[in-house]
Design a protein around this ligand. Structure first.
Ligand SMILES: [Fe+2]
Ligand SMILES: [Fe+2]
Length: 299
């Protein structure tokens, strides 16, 4: 498939859309400040406090069961110090993404979509930890965001996307292949357009764009492969995505495994199946985490 023509087709889909959910500029600014571990907590807290909705969101989430706080936290600065810059960054972006598409109707079950996204986030974090990836929260966040292109296609091309899903039900076609046939582009290119509109950091854009073709990723191929393997694990073990199903490794999973083996510094089992089966031990914990995250982010 030709990436350039797929990108051109993705851009065309965005052309006439006037009600695209936005992420406020202040949120992007806070997120990039939080990317810097040496940033000043007072400065970040002041910036968060200048947007009341954002400040309220940080306080609400930090006091949710997600972070198991024993005492109520009512100051933004304490929230930053308590859960850490990277967790606040991940929580802010996730909540704006969920909020943006909450009211946008879809031809698929959104609850299953979120469960899939949160599961991929949680599994990406586990895999990142296993291979000592330097930014575990980044793996978690980008795992949650990897399929954002599907919510765009589902909502803004609702009728065609519904027809496409019906046409591949009970077949071995993947959504990725069907999207290409129906729209001349896929949720990867569309997701990239959306991520660029929202000023996501370039590494997030790269993972969103290449999570079905890790061998083409340039910014951080290891991170892209981590998300690709987590995606495959979730489709075959954790939750059936309402939008796609895959239980045997295809070419894109084999490619992701090859990239992963080359770049991971830890000693890994010989086969992909072996590696993924190691995650089964934590399966129940991950499921509980995903349930809490889902309740916190969607209520
Ligand atoms: Fe995907
Ligand atoms: Fe996925």
């Amino acid at each position: 498939m030709e990436k350039v023509s797929m990108m051109i087709n993705a851009r065309k889909l965005f052309k006439d859309i006037s009600d695209l959910p936005t992420i406020p500029a202040i949120v992007s600014k806070v997120v990039s400040m939080l990317d810097n571990q040496d940033a000043n907590p007072d400065e970040i807290a002041d910036l968060i406090l200048s947007d009341q909705v954002l400040a309220a969101r940080v306080i609400r989430v930090v006091n949710s069961p997600l972070y198991r706080t024993t005492n109520q936290i009512s100051s933004v600065k304490r929230a930053l110090l308590f859960i850490g810059f990277k967790s606040v960054r991940e929580m802010i972006l996730t909540s704006y993404f969920v909020e943006g598409f909450k009211q946008k109707d879809q031809p698929f079950d959104m609850k299953m979509f979120w469960m899939h996204s949160f599961s991929v986030g949680a599994i990406s974090r586990r895999i990142a930890r296993i291979v000592d990836f330097p930014d575990i929260e980044k793996a978690y966040l980008v795992g949650i965001l990897h399929d954002i292109g599907k919510v765009f296609l589902g909502h803004y091309c609702k009728e065609g996307y519904g027809r496409m899903l019906a046409s591949i039900r009970n077949t071995s076609y993947t959504t990725y292949e069907a999207e290409y046939e129906f729209f001349g582009t896929t949720h990867c290119e569309v997701g990239l357009c959306l991520a660029q509109r929202w000023n996501f950091p370039s590494v997030y854009c790269d993972v969103i764009s290449y999570h079905h073709s890790s061998e083409m990723a340039t910014e951080d191929p290891l991170l892209t492969a981590i998300v690709a393997l987590a995606d495959f694990y979730c489709l075959s073990h954790v939750t059936a995505d309402s939008v796609a199903q895959a239980s045997i490794p295809g070419r894109s999973e084999e490619n992701a495994w090859n990239v992963f083996k080359q770049l991971a510094t830890e000693k890994l089992p010989l086969s992909l199946e072996h590696f993924l089966s190691e995650l089964d031990e934590e399966f129940e914990t991950i499921k509980q985490e995903v349930d809490i995250l889902f309740d916190t982010m969607t209520t």
